[in-house]
Design a protein around this ligand. Structure first.
Ligand SMILES: Nc1ncnc2c1ncn2[C@@H]1O[C@H](COP(=O)(O)OP(=O)(O)OP(=O)(O)O)[C@@H](O)[C@H]1O
Length: 421
């Protein structure tokens, strides 16, 4: 479900943004506008959607417009032009009072600088934003305490910021963002000042909180590892433009341009891409789980199609097992005169087990490499989704390494069954 929709958003800093818009419309680029007028194009024609409950990471080089873009989402920075719909309502049309209500009711913000007030205790710092809300003191403290518990800081309520480590101070910052119980949490390089170990700890904390509450989180980061770790989807910004939006796997497999490719250079694709991302449905070699007597028919089918393996599935696509021409022949021969009427299960290759679609390529690599049959993939309900073959595995790695656009899709003219050739 869409939570935030950004449409053709612009932000031009300087004395005459309308003139800046006109120059952009005439085709003048950002650099020339800056040189000729002194104005800066902070965000240029950004359009994208953020879904309810996702962690949406915004990445880009310094000065690419990340902070500006995020601050337009609660109008801390006023856009020059465009639309921002939150739950379907254009927040750029809100008057001052509506905007205040919107910010209080729906958004929280966590910054890189902890911005804690040294003269206030931890709990007072967290409750501070609620103070502006006109909430009763008792309720404020209760909410602040709850937020502190969520970030693991119970027991530190009455300490002062200077008594806390950097990591703990950032937890207070996060608690302050959470205390208002926002639908949307905007986080600007929130963990960047933390040392790597604490940073990972905070990312885990955020993921844990997200499991419980499913907020919509917009998270700016410079750090690709962080983006890959926490981001459901990533937007890449360059020179004020959003140049690509997608899941890490999508971007890794199909980077929009060299700038995006450069961001992802050095990432091990096998840790990011999962079996489900590259699975292909091998309808021609799927057979339905049928009663006894189907072994010969299956063997015939495979021979006719010049295929070696068949994937046996039942009603509702439940995966049962894999048979091969060899396993079928062996089972038929072992039965001699056919008196025992062997079932298809008797011909299953015992080692041919399915992997889950959310397992990473790293996790399934051994199986793909060590077995001759394409590896069956199932979803969380055990339903057959297709197979991952050596070919599709290597093709994916090649594409991720080289950013090539040749296809891992049904239109690229290859068939899974050809893998054995
Ligand atoms: N208040 C302002 N007045 C004028 N120019 C601004 C202002 N704020 C930002 N800019 C300019 O807008 C562009 C985008 O800046 P922004 O801070 O959004 O980038 P960023 O990607 O968040 O950078 P960083 O990663 O360094 O924080 C930059 O060229 C910046 O100099």
């Amino acid at each position: 479900m869409k939570k935030i929709e950004v449409r053709n958003l612009y932000k031009i800093f300087g004395p005459d943004p309308d003139k800046g818009m006109k120059l952009l419309a005439q085709g003048m680029d950002k650099q020339d506008i800056h040189e000729k007028t002194g104005m800066t194009v902070g965000v240029q024609d950004a359009s994208f959607t953020i879904n309810q409950g996702e962690i949406f990471v915004i990445m880009g080089l310094s000065g690419s417009g990340k902070s500006t873009l995020v601050r337009t989402l609660n109008r801390l920075i006023e856009p020059t032009s465009g639309e921002i719909l939150v739950d379907g309502e254009n927040i750029l049309k809100m008057d001052k009072a509506e905007l205040v209500t919107f910010r209080r009711a729906k958004t929280g913000m966590v910054f890189q600088s902890f911005a804690l007030m040294p003269q206030l205790t931890v709990i007072e710092n967290v409750a501070f934003g609620l103070d502006l809300d006109g909430m009763e003191k008792e309720q404020r403290l209760e909410r602040a305490q709850d937020a502190l518990n969520q970030v693991g800081l119970n027991g530190w309520e009455n300490s002062y910021p200077k008594e806390l480590s950097g990591g703990m101070q950032q937890r207070v910052g996060l608690a302050r963002g959470l205390a208002v119980d926002p639908d949307i949490l905007l986080m600007d390089e929130a963990f960047s000042a933390l040392d790597p170990l604490i940073r990972t700890e905070m990312q885990d904390e955020l993921l844990k909180l997200q499991d419980q509450q499913e907020r919509t989180i917009v998270f700016i980061s410079h750090d690709l590892d962080e983006a890959l770790r926490i981001g459901d989807r990533i937007a890449i910004m360059e020179g004020g433009r959003v140049v690509q939006v997608g899941t890490p796997e999508e971007i890794l497999q199909n980077p929009a341009d060299d700038y995006v490719r450069a961001f992802f250079r050095g990432v091990d694709p096998t840790g990011v891409i999962s079996a489900g991302d590259i699975v292909r449905d091998t309808q021609p070699t799927v057979i339905w789980h049928t009663p006894a007597g189907s072994l010969r028919a299956t063997l015939e089918l495979l021979n006719n199609r010049d295929r070696e393996y068949a994937y046996v599935i039942g009603s509702k696509r439940t995966f049962f097992g894999v048979v091969s021409t060899d396993s079928l022949c062996d089972t038929i021969e072992a039965d001699g005169q056919g008196k025992n009427k062997p079932k298809i299960e008797d011909a299953f290759i015992p080692e041919a087990k399915a992997v889950q679609d959310d397992e990473s390529l790293q996790d399934i690599l051994k199986k793909v490499a060590s077995h001759p049959w394409p590896i069956p993939v199932v979803d969380e309900d055990g339903k057959y989704r297709g197979v991952v073959s050596k070919n599709s595995f290597l093709r994916t790695l090649y594409r991720a390494e080289n950013g090539s656009h040749f296809g891992n899709n049904p239109t690229d003219g290859t068939h899974e069954g050809e893998d054995k050739c």
